[in-house]
Design a protein around this ligand. Structure first.
Ligand SMILES: Nc1ncnc2c1ncn2[C@@H]1O[C@H](COP(=O)(O)OP(=O)(O)O)[C@@H](O)[C@H]1O
Ligand SMILES: [Mg+2]
Length: 241
């Protein structure tokens, strides 16, 4: 059965789609057959980020309403496949969604759901209990507090979550509010699974530009993907992330 990761956050704009797209590329380039599903109804973006926007005709709502799964699965590379989000809101029924998850979970090694921000958890219950939530936050007090709120609510539902710190910038952090990563982890009350640097390359994903395989962002994404698969990979020196 495939491993399921659900990317979430309290605040919008913290990089969930960037993290989801980046991780999907990191898993697929290591040979894992990966499915990424855009759950942001009405605000789809992963088709553009992953460069298949000009092919998209059908989406998740078409699968839920009777089309074959593979009618709305778009190939990004030989190991990476995308299901785009519906164009309109209110199209994802939780019962039909749960059936969809059951149908696809044995077909892929990795399944990544890119959820919208916030605390509407109605669809989270449709995921298998061993799914792992990845809560994304910036190194700032507001998004870290929201990450703590989300993970607290998830844990009440019996769901496990890990923290991804995005837009990390050593010099900025030092000059501002947190002394180090431990302070952020303490405040988020979440186990850290990885840190992504602030980077023009990651921003380029939003323009449909490709990530270089040897750049810092892809290296960070590969480290996170390996940790998610149970490997013990240390954080690099904090100035080098
Ligand atoms: N690590 C990063 N470095 C630079 N820009 C980033 C980074 N992560 C996200 N961004 C930019 O921030 C904006 C919001 O990211 P996005 O992934 O769409 O957030 P969300 O899905 O949480 O709303 C986008 O313009 C994206 O390119
Ligand atoms: Mg998003």
């Amino acid at each position: 059965m495939g491993k399921i990761f659900a990317v979430t956050s309290g605040k919008g704009g913290v990089g969930k789609s960037t993290v989801s797209a980046g991780l999907s590329l990191a898993f697929s380039c290591q040979g894992y057959k990966t499915l990424i599903i855009d759950m942001d109804e009405g605000l789809r973006c992963l088709d553009l980020m992953l460069g298949v926007d000009n092919q998209v005709v059908l989406d998740l709502s078409d699968i839920l309403h009777g089309r074959e799964v593979f009618d709305a699965v778009y190939e990004v590379n030989e190991n990476l496949f995308l299901v785009p989000a519906p164009q309109k809101t209110g199209m994802i029924d939780s019962y039909l969604f749960a059936n969809f998850v059951t149908n696809v979970k044995d077909l892929f090694d990795i399944i990544i759901f890119d959820f919208p921000a916030g605390i509407d958890f109605s669809l989270y219950e449709a995921l298998p209990k061993d799914s792992l939530f990845l809560t994304v936050a910036f190194p700032d007090a507001v998004t870290v507090r929201d990450a703590a709120t989300v993970s607290g609510l998830l844990s009440k539902m019996g769901c496990q979550s890990r923290l991804i710190i995005n837009r990390y910038d050593y010099k900025f952090l030092k000059r501002r509010f947190y002394k180090n990563l431990d302070d952020i982890i303490d405040e988020a009350q979440l186990q850290l699974i990885g840190v992504l640097p602030v980077s023009v390359e990651l921003q380029g994903l939003s323009h449909g530009l490709k990530l270089s395989k040897k750049g810092k962002p892809m290296k960070a994404l590969i480290r996170i993907s390996k940790r998610l698969m149970g490997e013990h990979i240390l954080l690099p020196k904090i100035k080098k992330i």
